[in-house]
Design a protein around this ligand. Sequence first.
Ligand code: NDP
Length: 250
Amino acid sequence: MTDKILAGRVALVTGASSGIGDATARALAAAGAQVAIVARRKDRLDVLARELTQSGAQALAIPADLAREDENRRIVAETEAQFGRLDILVNNAGVMLLSPVEGADPADWRRMLELNVLGLMVSSQAALAGMRSRGGGHIVNIASTAGRIANANVSGYSASKFAVVAFSESLRREVYKDHIRVSVIEPGVVETELREHIPHAGTRQAIDAWAASMRQLQPEDIANAVLYCVSQPAHVNVNEILIRPTDQER
Ligand code: NDP
């Protein structure tokens, strides 16, 4: 007997080498899931996998560049091969390369669209056949408040996150009859490495100052939201969670 609510379930968390993905992998493992963890930085994945294993969980590190379509299929296939199934897919990997539209590098837009949107779409697609054959599953997509409201200087990122919200709802309507649940989580400001890659200095300064003006969410706060979604009884489909710091207005 175990009181671990996700015992026997297999999860795959992308972007698990830092921030929200790292915290989510830890939360799902602590709840009893076997966890596959994915990102590009193998050294960080190996450290996390070791820690999870030492705490009694089963973990599998899969280094991958999810901006590549085929890699999104491979991570699902490797998880199913290693653990025999995939029950919970958390599409969390993402980048936020902010600039004003005028002067933005279209290569940054392309990176955001390829990783934040296309990668997530392909990994979701790859997970469906197995989930359907096993009678159900759960796909959790990490969007953003930027996927609900658009602000200046956030255009490419916001476009990518609006796309995640739209894709998730359309997907839900296709797969709910197969007992596959789809949840989209829309965090406000979370204290992670995400802002470190902003290419436009003025935008980076403005965002850093804005974040410093509030008590930011911590990665564990979002991990808790993911855990809430995936630990509900089978008849409960939490479709959307919008979660801001109490101090955040927009
Ligand atoms: P982090 O920068 O800490 O984490 C991003 C993760 O994505 C890292 O593990 C990174 O790993 C991974 N990643 C980036 N590029 C790739 C790639 N090409 N292939 C595989 N993995 C990749 O940021 P967060 O934890 O904050 O971000 C997680 C998600 O949460 C993102 O989708 C982000 O948009 C979203 N979000 C974050 C908010 C915030 O305020 N922090 C607010 C709203 C949403 P590696 O570099 O090793 O590949």
